[in-house]
Design a protein around this ligand. Structure first.
Ligand SMILES: NC(=O)c1ccc[n+]([C@@H]2O[C@H](COP(=O)([O-])OP(=O)(O)OC[C@H]3O[C@@H](n4cnc5c(N)ncnc54)[C@H](O)[C@@H]3O)[C@@H](O)[C@H]2O)c1
Length: 438
């Protein structure tokens, strides 16, 4: 395929060299005449393992050249990759100046070239870029319509500097953001010889996945470094502890706990975070990252409260009170905290949780509830219908499988706030549905 690559920095240089090595004819485009001259001389503008040889071979073989001339590059190619920088602006937001400039330049070149080009965003850009910036800019500047005159794709890059050539050939997956109904065949074909799963997703999901990946990597590093400092202050070999920690592929290095939703609680996580933080305090080890975990969790409960009360005062039915489904454990349950806030604000609340019956609560569970919601007995409804009687809003935290049918059948006419991502709930007829973060 004939491909132009805009921005010959770390990503663009690697993409140019690697795509040329796969047999594509590549034109690298940059505003820097120095970088263009280096590439045309067969030299790499960046330091990276094996990139010098790849660029030298590709240029010598006639599969790679560079230019500062956008119109010429667009006319000579069928697909354009954008890999210009997206640095932080002074306020921490991302600067889209280079992306915008390159979109304008490509759009204007397409106005002359006419229909049939594909534009692929390789730079890391915030969700919404495709629909709110890239496609409108290309349409305005080219006078062409997206989907007819040109096609636009998001295709985030997952390479790591230092091993980027290897990463290019063995990425975690190939991710393509595309318009509804577009199978992205043109982008798939470019990577035909790269053996990695290909996922085609809506633009915003594709753009977000790149952000999630880098934010998660940073979160993992911050966690490991801070926990390591706390453990070593107590004489523990933190690397040995982390090696074993990583052996758990069921709960630790796994997809467990990675479904966005409502707050966590229960008798273990909050208690053990507090205990770990006290270990840090004991040895004066700063732990600003881990100290934010419980306040962050509280902010999720606050958000549910704001969503529940955003539509005015009405009678509320809460389904699920134990900290998660399938238990009667109320200790540090976020649903208890949400209930408390609603009661505190004077909301008329009824609660249904098949596994929670005050008569059966004992020990620390009973002590917790007597402290938090002493009048729980009065609020608990024995069945779904009683809980929903007169309610305008139903908040669904979790619901036992046995109660699901009765609940779905009785919800018509109600506003529903789904905190649990209950399967099938969004499709219940006659309700005004709101998902917590989906
Ligand atoms: N560096 C990485 O490891 C990495 C990995 C994955 C994703 N990314 C993302 O890829 C993007 C590029 O990162 P990078 O590190 O390669 O950036 P970089 O700063 O090394 O390179 C950007 C290049 O774009 C050129 N440029 C700027 N405006 C231009 C224009 N209008 N037309 C043509 N060229 C122009 C610059 O001269 C420069 O050569 C960023 O969004 C980054 O977040 C980077």
């Amino acid at each position: 395929m004939r491909i132009s690559i805009f921005g010959v920095g770390y990503v663009g240089a690697v993409s140019s060299a690697c795509l040329a090595s796969l047999g594509h004819a590549v034109v690298a485009v940059d505003v820097s005449a120095d970088k263009v001259a280096m590439v045309n001389a067969g030299r790499s503008p960046i330091v990276e393992e094996s990139i010098d040889e790849l660029i030298a071979e590709a240029v010598a073989g006639g599969r790679l050249r560079a230019t500062t001339d956008v119109a010429e590059a667009i006319a000579a190619t069928e697909v354009s990759f954008i890999s210009v920088g997206t640095p932080s602006a002074a306020d921490g937001s991302v600067s889209m100046a280079a992306v915008h400039a390159v979109l304008v330049a490509i759009g204007q070149a397409l106005a002359t070239k006419g229909a049939g080009h594909a534009v692929v965003m390789r730079s890391t850009v915030p969700p919404g870029t495709a629909e709110d910036l890239a496609i409108p800019t290309l349409e305005r500047e080219s006078g062409l319509n997206h989907g007819i005159g040109f096609r636009y794709y998001s295709n985030p890059e997952f390479l790591r500097e230092g091993s980027s050539v290897k990463d290019f050939h063995a990425p975690p997956f190939t991710l393509i953001g595309a318009a509804d109904g577009d199978d992205a065949a043109v982008v798939r074909d470019i990577y035909a010889s790269v053996t990695a799963a290909v996922h085609v997703a809506p633009y915003r999901v594709s753009e977000s996945t790149k952000y999630l990946s880098n934010v998660f990597h940073a979160v993992k590093l911050a966690f490991a470094n801070e926990a390591g400092a706390i453990l070593s202050a107590h004489g523990v070999d933190a690397r040995a502890a982390f090696r074993l920690f990583c052996e758990d592929r069921v709960l630790n290095i796994s997809t467990a706990y990675l479904r966005p939703g409502f707050a966590f609680g229960g008798s273990c996580l909050p208690k053990d975070i507090r205990s770990f933080l006290s270990l840090a305090a004991e040895k004066d080890v700063p732990a600003p990252f881990l100290r934010q975990v419980l306040p962050g969790n509280q902010a999720i409960i606050d958000r549910a409260f704001e969503m529940a009360t955003a539509h005015g005062r009405q009678k509320v039915a809460l389904f699920g009170l134990a900290f998660k489904a399938g238990t009667d454990d109320l200790r540090e349950s976020p649903f208890v905290m949400l209930a408390e806030r609603l009661i505190g604000r004077g909301y008329d609340l009824r609660i249904h949780d098949r596994h929670v019956q005050t008569a059966r609560l004992t020990g620390s569970n009973r002590a917790f509830i007597e402290r938090e919601i002493p009048h729980l007995e009065r609020l608990l409804a024995g069945d779904v219908a009683t809980a929903l009687d007169g309610a305008g809003l139903a908040i669904i935290g979790h619901v036992a499988a046995e109660d699901r049918g009765a609940l779905f059948a009785a919800l018509a006419g109600k506003r529903v706030l789904d905190l649990g991502g209950i399967p099938g709930l969004a499709a219940v007829p006659g309700i005004t549905y709101e998902g917590f973060c989906w």
